[in-house]
Write a protein that binds this ligand. Structure first.
Ligand code: NAD
Length: 443
């Protein structure tokens, strides 16, 4: 089948590469010329395990192509996927300018029937806006061409995106038109061979499903973080509590890890956007607001602990930072807790020596050259001459470090673990001070 994907970011690029891998003829359209040039050369602008290989294989096979030309995109695919960003507006609601700009391009160049598929995470009612924008653009051209608008939210996880796309838990399709549901079913069939995983529903329910999923996951994290903060004050160990509750199948072990807050391009913005949508419907989303507030507080927790440890005076101190990406296996630093920590440390006059296995270039892009940031070449180099170590991302390579080396490299041998990676008693045996999340022994 012929497909066009607008937006070659984390979602659009993975979607395009995976559909091409299944044998489809895919054209990806992006407004970023530099990105399109890189992609044509077979270089992935983002780090995602397995993506570059998939990109090159399908480029070579001629099934995956890239362009900045929207007209060519509209001509190419029966399916017109919209996978552009929906960043938060000033008030936290989802900014639809990129989505609607694609809708306008489609309206401008439409010449025959197309299925417009919204993959971006968009508030309930967006499909109507996309349809209205295409209709208005067609009307300007005095053209009457049939098209459908379908909601098909994406549930992939950065860091495991290809596997998630190739073996989805479910494919949600929102449409009132059985014919488009059939077309989508044919497109996704290769990814659902062992059983039907397509859940077809009306458009509004589909749009809300994506927010519901992310809000539920964010709620689990904030709930555990709230309990971790209580455990810390009550002399309990949240990790024991986690094991104790996870054994109940109604609760489960998944996604109940306490830590220094969630980041990334999805949870923070989607929880906010859903809460703002609620406001627009004259409804106060008390739980969602609390989930967001708990997370904001949690993202400051490591800084608060460090500040207390150094008697409220961080000026002139150097903090080693392990992990910049918002989670392992990605270079994405959008809304990452590392950023909250680094920016607070800088504001307090401290220096940061940071290391991340893949996000160094992204950190350089965001912060540029600055005297109070050293981007170290290794985890060990980050420690050199630092007063303390803070761990923000649970990369595999941080899980069994050489604690003797950490002790000898640090001026004040203290580890602030924002991801509860270690057994506190084990770490303390090396003569290190160890402060984790919700495990007692607060500085
Ligand atoms: P991204 O910022 O990585 O990529 C968006 C791309 O769209 C950019 O390359 C940008 O240049 C391009 N773009 C902007 N305007 C365009 C236009 N008019 N025509 C063509 N291209 C255009 O974003 P992302 O992380 O891939 O997210 C895309 C959407 O998917 C968002 O709504 C997001 O909430 C949702 N989503 C993201 C994830 C994730 O893990 N990143 C998961 C599920 C859903």
């Amino acid at each position: 089948m012929h497909l066009t994907i607008f937006g070659s970011g984390y979602v659009g690029l993975v979607t395009g590469a995976c559909f091409a891998e299944a044998g489809n003829d895919v054209l990806c359209v992006d407004v970023d010329e530099r990105k399109v040039e890189m992609l044509r050369r077979g270089e992935s602008p983002i780090y995602e395990p397995g993506l570059e290989e998939l990109l090159n294989r399908n480029l070579a096979a001629g099934r995956l192509n890239f362009t900045t030309d929207a007209a060519e995109g509209v001509r190419h695919g029966l399916f017109q996927f919209i996978a552009v960003g929906t960043p938060p507006d000033e008030d936290g609601s989802a900014d639809l300018k990129y989505v609607l700009s694609v809708a306008e391009s489609i309206g401008r160049h439409l010449s025959e029937y197309r299925v417009v598929v919204t993959k971006s995470t968009v508030p309930v009612g967006t499909a109507d806006k996309v349809r209205a924008r295409i209709d208005a653009t067609l009307a300007e051209r005095h053209a009457q061409i049939e098209f459908d608008v379908v909601s098909n939210p994406e549930f992939l996880k950065e860091g495991a995106a290809i596997n998630d796309f190739m073996k989805p838990d479910r494919i949600v399709v929102g449409t009132d038109n059985p014919r488009t549901a059939e077309l989508l079913k044919a497109l996704y069939d290769p990814f659902t061979r062992n059983r039907d995983r397509m859940v077809v529903m009306d458009v509004r329910s589909s749009e809300l499903t994506k927010y519901a999923a992310n809000a539920m996951l964010a709620t689990k994290i904030s709930f555990m973080n709230e309990l971790a903060n209580l455990a810390e004050r009550m002399g309990a160990d949240i990790e024991k509590v986690r094991l104790g509750i996870g054994s109940d199948p109604r609760i489960g072990y998944h996604f109940i890890y306490p830590g220094c807050g969630y980041g990334g391009s999805c949870f923070p913005k989607d929880v906010q956007a859903l809460a703002r949508s609620a406001q627009e419907h004259a409804f106060e989303a008390k739980l969602l607001n609390a989930v967001e507030a708990v997370n904001l507080r949690q993202k400051s927790l490591l800084f608060d602990k460090l500040s207390r440890y150094f008697g409220g005076d961080l000026a002139g101190k150097t903090i080693a930072l392990w992990g910049l990406a918002f989670k392992p296996n990605t270079d994405d630093m959008r809304a990452a807790p590392s950023r909250t920590l680094m920016e607070a440390l800088w504001a307090a006059g401290a220096k940061v020596r940071a290391y991340d296995p893949v996000a160094m270039q992204e950190a350089r892009r965001i912060y540029g050259e600055r005297a109070d940031l050293v981007l170290a070449k290794s985890a060990k180099e980050a420690l050199s001459g630092a007063d303390a170590l803070a761990i923000v991302t649970e990369w595999q390579e941080f899980r069994s470090p050489d604690f003797d080396m950490i002790k000898s490299e640090l001026g004040r041998p203290a580890v602030f673990d924002g991801r509860n990676l270690y057994d506190p008693a084990f770490v303390r045996r090396f003569g290190l001070k160890y402060y984790a999340i919700g495990r007692g022994d607060n500085p």
